[in-house]
Structure formats: structure tokens, C-alpha cells
Design a protein around this ligand. Sequence first.
Ligand code: ATP
Length: 364
Amino acid sequence: MTDKALVVFDGVVKRFGSLVAVEKTDFEIRKGEFLAIMGSSGCGKTTTLRMLAGLEAPSEGEIRLAGKRINDLPTWRRDTPMVWQSLALFPFLTVRENVEFSLRMRGVDKAGRRKRVDKWLERMQITEFADRNVAHLSGGQRQRVALARSLVTEPEILLLDEPLSALDAHLKVRMQTVLSNLQRELGITFVYVTHSQSEAFSMADRVVIMSRGRIEQIGNPQEIYRAPRTRFVAEFLGSSNIFAGSVSGVNGRTVKIATPAGEFIVAPDMVKPLAKGERATFVVSGDRVHLGCEPPADGYNGIEASVVGEEFVGATAVIHLEGTGRIEIKAQKSHDELEHLNLSPGAKIWVSWRPEAAHILPCE
Ligand code: ATP
């Protein structure tokens, strides 16, 4: 355990009957960080959060909060409030009554409650709705009430389970900023479960990627994006081109890898040296490939491909291509970079990249 760890999952397993929802898990949540837990549906992210909140008991292992084992500590004694996707506000109570609820439960006197509730209504910019029934608020306003209700006890950690998924796209982006700023200003540890890469990557200091009950990778967004550890992570990020093959030559710092799409030069960014004949999978992210009409210069990698389609993604476009060996290729480029290219379906184009742009998956 490091000095910075607020929460430690130590060999934690969660089974529901014969189903293993979370496989043996070891990880730490650092004090004051914004940690996102991300993965597709059913991968065990909510179960992980619920174990931390005390809503599920681990089948094995130990969870420690600030150095103390909390496996057997009931939810109400943990001070790990949670904001839900459904928000779970009390529908017949006013905004003020919702926010002061947990202070009442803790026996805080009337004057103390008023002071704290006023502070959080103000902080979340919902003072003007204090006496309104929560049923009569917009989605964004209800979101702020749910946050105020969880933060009014000033906990050290806040758990959030897909809190923005019910909001429309515009409001979602606004609430992402509200949440990031809030977390930074308060210095509270946020643990945020989401299936959305854009939410996780835009807000979190570190991201945990889970698949089928297992942690595939933990790291900061840049690290994960640039250096995915497994094929699952690379595929999940969706922006990487994946080439699997075997090492056909080793030359100082670079290796050649033969794949069904051709032979490519890779300057491995990993510590372990690769030997001839060894299997290797590398990825090249879509923003690191270059598109052009000519084959690449010596020392670069290139593959001739035909255009399958173009997808408009705001400031950039994703060009879908098919290369030799029927390999799927994606290139993510700004509109300026694409101006002089023929991108009609079926058009031939050269895709190229530098040996340093490839990253070998260390866990394949
Ligand atoms: P989603 O994004 O769909 O919420 P998730 O990643 O949060 O998915 P979990 O809710 O943690 O996934 O579920 C992990 C696995 O455990 C799933 O297969 C789920 O069906 C199962 N599971 C979760 N809760 C229970 C329960 N109370 N009883 C039985 N199985 C459960």
C-alpha cells in the first residue's frame, strides 16, 4: 500500500452463486484523485462500487478505507455516499429536505443543518429552488440536488454510478465540467463508474478498465490511449488499428513483424526484447497514421487500402479502410488533412506510419 492510498482492494472477489462478477482484484484508490471505472455492460464495475459502498459484501479478500478493514462495516457507518443514475431523490420532499436528510439521520441540530444545507445549495447553485418539490425540477437541477445531498456531510470519498447517463448530450458535457471542477476544488476522492470513454477520459486522473470481472489496465488517460496493455483495451478504445503476427527480423532497436497485411518495421516501446519467431501484436492509433496518394518513403510502414466510408466526428473525420489481408483500418484526421484526397468508397489510398508510432501490446 502506498502513502497516498485511501482505499485498498486486497484480493477481493465477488461471486453471485456460481457467477464470478469480480475476479481476484488488487488495486488502490489514491486520496484526492478522480478515478473512473470503465467497461462494457456486465463487466463488474457497479459491483466493485457497491462493495465499496457496503451494498454488497466481498466473497473473498479485504477492502480497507483509510487503513481500516471495512468489509463488515454497514453502509450507514462508512461515509461513502453514492450518487446513482436514477439519483434516488425522495420525490415528495423539497430540495432543502432532500439535501438535509443525512444530516437529520446523524442528529445534527436545526441551526447546524440550516448552515450546511444553505452552503451546499449555494455551492450547487440551487438556492432559488430550495422550497420546490424535487419532482418539479429539470434533469440538470435534480443532478445538482443529488450532488448536494451526497456532499452535505462533507465525506472524504464520493461514489458515482453513471450519474450523467440520463441527461441529453449538451447537459452531459456541462455537468462533466461541473463535476470536474467540484472534485478539483473540494479535493474529495471521486470514484466514477461509466461505460463512456469520453466521460472517463475527460474527467478522470486515472482510469480502471474492466472486462468480464477483471481489471485489464489502470493508468492515466494518456497512458492508456498511447500504450494499451491488452487487445481488449485497444479494441475498447476503438481508435486503434491492431496487427497480429510474428517477429521476422531483429535489427538493433527495431524489429520486423510479419502479419497477414504485410511486413512492418516496429520500434518497440517495451522493455522486454523480442526474439525472432515470437508472436507479437502491435497497435497504431488512428490519429498516428498518415493518408496519401503515394507509397511511403523508405523506413516508413505503408499499406495500400481502399476506402470503405467516412464518418464525421465533429472537428475530425474517421476514415474506414480495408487493407491487404482484408484488414480493417481506421484513420482519424482533421478535415484539412483530408482536403486533397479522393475518399469516395472504393478509392485506393496509401496508409503509412512511422515505426515509432506502433505500440506492441505487452500482454498478448
Ligand atoms: P452495467 O454497465 O450493465 O451496469 P456492470 O459492469 O456495472 O454493468 P455489474 O452490475 O457489476 O456490471 O454486474 C456484473 C455481473 O454480475 C453481471 O453478470 C450481473 O448480471 C451480475 N450481477 C450483478 N448483481 C447481481 C446480483 N445481485 N445477483 C446476481 N448476479 C448479479
